[in-house]
Design a binder for this molecule. Structure first.
Ligand SMILES: [Cu+2]
Length: 337
């Protein structure tokens, strides 16, 4: 069932891509123009573009994700529903991330990219006896290093491979005060790292015409080893396709469709009590999420790029009870030299 669903979703993403190419292919003459505001994907996409020999780029992104209310499969469920089975129910969560990035291209063929995230998150809960409490964690997340390898360039079409490694630099030992216990180990979503080495791999296609640009990216995250707490976060599959319209030489606007699938956790953190709260259950961390976004890219005269993307879920199917995603906003700055 799961494989069938995944194939269907891949097919749909591919059709969206072909439709967008068809729409604009007739005026695709000349070569790829890296200077246009729409030559960069919507700011929520990482590793979307490569650089020319000797070029550096620095970037900063601020992302905030809000989650409010629980879901089981596609259905929304109430706090009371969750509290029938568990003594504690999560109510809402806010995750904020500051992401520093650097890119450098030693040759036209390869661009290296490093990403350093700082995470700040908090979750509100309610107990069966009506007590409300909050837990919060923050710190450096898992740092990644990638190589973007250009594999195909023809006229205004470009393809590169994304090959990366993510290091377990983020903490999996975050603790906090909960009503029954002070300084208790916190459940999986409150940890700031995965604790595992991960392989990041995928590919990106970009196309451009006089007034439009478009692209598609497939990215896979595979957890390579079990962490020190004897679990492995779920593997992730992500597809994303976007279409941008150049409004002026400085501005572009874009729409993007994204699909994300997360597998459940393998193994379990023995410090957690599975029966206490759904977030401590390793089998309740998986699900699929389709979302759509609108974004704007702006490039100043001096070459600074500013961008904003607002992303909202279209449908989510979660192995729950699990908090649903409500809104993701990403703002960013990029500068190449
Ligand atoms: Cu760059």
């Amino acid at each position: 069932m799961r494989i069938e669903r995944r194939v269907r979703q891949c097919a749909l993403a591919f059709i969206c891509l072909l439709a967008s190419i068809e729409l604009v292919a007739h005026d695709s003459e000349g070569s790829w123009d890296l200077s246009r505001p729409d030559s960069h994907a919507p700011i929520g996409v990482m590793g979307d573009h490569s650089h020319r020999t000797g070029e550096w780029m620095l970037s900063y992104r601020f992302m905030t994700m809000s989650m409010d209310g629980n879901r089981d499969q596609k259905q929304r469920i109430t706090q009371e529903d969750v509290l029938v089975t568990y003594p504690v129910a999560p109510k809402s969560m806010t995750m904020q991330m500051h992401m520093l990035g650097a890119m450098y291209a030693p040759t036209d063929r390869v661009t290296f990219m490093a990403m350093v995230p700082f995470i700040d998150q908090d979750m509100d809960h309610e107990t069966r006896t009506g007590i409300e409490f909050n837990t919060a964690t923050s710190g450096i997340g898992d740092v990644s290093v990638s190589a973007l390898v250009n594999t195909w360039d023809q006229k205004r079409h470009h393809v590169h491979l994304n090959l990366g490694l993510q290091a377990p630099t983020g903490s999996i030992n975050e603790r906090g005060d909960i009503p029954v216990r002070a300084d208790a180990p916190l459940p999986y979503p409150m940890q700031v790292g995965s604790g595992s080495w991960s392989a990041l791999f995928g590919g990106t296609y970009l196309g451009q015409s006089d007034h439009w640009s478009w692209g598609s990216q497939a990215m896979f995250t595979r957890r390579l080893d079990e962490n020190d707490a004897q679990y492995k976060l779920g593997n992730q599959t992500q597809f994303s396709s976007w279409l941008s319209r150049l409004v002026s030489p400085r501005w572009s606007v874009a729409g993007r469709l994204k699909f994300n699938d997360t597998d459940s956790i393998r193994g379990a953190d023995a410090r957690l009590n599975v029966n206490m709260v759904p977030t401590a259950d390793p089998s309740l961390r998986s699900g699929t999420l389709w979302s759509g976004s609108l974004s704007v890219n702006f490039k100043t005269r001096s070459g600074n790029r500013w961008a904003l993307e607002i992303e909202s879920p279209i449908s989510q199917d979660l192995d729950g009870p699990q908090l649903e995603t409500d809104l993701v906003v990403t703002a960013g700055w990029q500068y190449a030299f």
